[in-house]
Structure formats: C-alpha cells, structure tokens
Write a protein that binds this ligand. Sequence first.
Ligand code: NAP
Length: 249
Amino acid sequence: MKKKALVTGASGGIGEAFARALARDGYTVTAVARSEEKLQALTASLVGEGHRHEVADLTKGEDVERIATLFASEHYTLLVNNAGAGWYEPFAEAEITRAENVVSLNISSVVALSHAFLRHAERGDALLNVASILGLLPYPTGAVYAASKAFVLSFSEALWYEQKGRGVYVQALCPGVTASNFHVAAGGAPHEQPSAWLTQSAEEVVDEALTAIERRAKPTVVANWKNKVMLLFARFLSRKRVVLLTGKW
Ligand SMILES: NC(=O)c1ccc[n+]([C@@H]2O[C@H](COP(=O)([O-])OP(=O)(O)OC[C@H]3O[C@@H](n4cnc5c(N)ncnc54)[C@H](OP(=O)(O)O)[C@@H]3O)[C@@H](O)[C@H]2O)c1
C-alpha cells in the first residue's frame, strides 16, 4: 500500500524531523505550515518523490477546513498533528487573543483534522497527535498551553480506545524539552533555554514516536526516559505540591 502522510507544523523543529524521517521511510509527505519558503525548501530536499506543501494558518477556521478536505479527496495513511504554540506570561496579564490563538491551534485544529482524517481512515492507518509532558503537569505562566496539551492527551487516549477495534492506531506523543524554535517563539529569551541535560533533539523524539507507531501497542509515548522518571516521581506528590514545584521552573 502507498504510504502517505500529512504533517502539520512541518516548516521546522519536530514537524520537520517527522517529514524527513517519514520520507526516508517511504512516505509521500504533505507538509503544512505558514512559512511557504521553508516548506518549499523542505519538500524539495526530502528523499523520494511526490512530496508537496500546503500553506495554512491553522488558527484560521477556513484554512483548517481546506486542509481537512484533503482527506476526502485522497487517502492519507498517517496524520501527524504537530503544529502547536505556547507563550510564557501570567494568564491575566496577557491579551485574551493570545489564549484564543493557542486554543484554536493546539485544540480546535487538532479536533477538526483528527475528525476529517478518521472519517476516511482504513485499517492500518495511524493518527499521531503531539501533546507534551506539560499535558500531565499544570504550568504557571503557561497555563493555557499546558491545559491545551492536557486536552490533546486525554482526547488522543480516548480515540486510541475507540479506533483500535477498526485497526486504526492513535498515539499521543508527549515530548519533554526539545531543541527547536519553540522556546523563542513562545517568548522565551534565547539565553534562557531549558537545561541541556534534559533536552532531546527533534530527531530523537521522532525516532521514539515512529518506533511506537510500528509497534502500535500503547496510546501514550513519553519521549526520553528522564521525563518518564520525572513524571513517575510527580505521581507520588499531591497536585498542590506539583503546581508549587512547576511554578518555580
Ligand atoms: N520544543 C519543545 O520543547 C516541545 C515540548 C513538548 C511539546 N512540544 C510540541 O511539539 C510540537 C512542535 O513544536 P516544536 O518544538 O517543533 O516548535 P517549533 O519549532 O516552534 O515549530 C512549530 C511548528 O508549528 C508551525 N505553526 C505555528 N503556528 C502555526 C499556525 N498558526 N498554523 C500552522 N502552523 C503553525 C510552525 O510553522 P510556521 O511558523 O511556518 O507556521 C512550525 O512548523 C508543538 O505541538 C509543541 O507544542 C514541543
């Protein structure tokens, strides 16, 4: 069967690493993001043929609808809902539009594209939604971002159960700190990058996610054993203790 993947947020970071790894694995890739030049350069450099790009701002309903119609017109075997954004600022001090944009991109577009994809999915296909370890941890100054990833995590785990009977695999991928433009795009200062010892490369995260897609065994993939240990430790603490700790990060 011809393998065909659509990757959102493919112009950089984890999404670009997904596009490159999938092309190497024999997928034909449709790369989606806002930055046309980066997408063009990416698709031109991918291994194999037939790759293309779609420019879309996934905070905009009409752009999400346009991408969703692709699943009706051609059969995709994998959707990677990777595009996501956050920002660092106390919630009440920020303009509400910042929160609305995060909700539109990180939640609404993921729901709409997952629905359109699953309507046309066939046995053997897969849906991968990029959540975060912050989906399991409340995060002061990133309240809406962490809550949006809690949504993606819960949503994807429930879909995993709903879809397994028809042979469609659903994965919630929870990266921890990953080297990409995310931190700076979220308003973090370049010199305040999170600790290097915890940081994975985008390629390492993608490798763990794709191995799990091959195995099709578990709904949730927490990237990096160090994150797994940290989350295990957090399970023994009260929720109050956890938020008191993450508030100091
Ligand atoms: N980096 C981390 O530490 C980390 C940790 C946990 C989870 N994550 C998650 O991993 C995913 C990828 O993040 P990353 O680290 O690779 O960040 P990144 O380097 O900032 O990449 C984000 C991607 O999303 C695209 N994007 C942003 N806003 C968009 C919009 N409105 N419409 C369409 N595409 C949009 C960007 O492309 P354009 O700007 O060209 O549109 C870019 O391709 C996100 O869901 C993020 O929440 C990241």
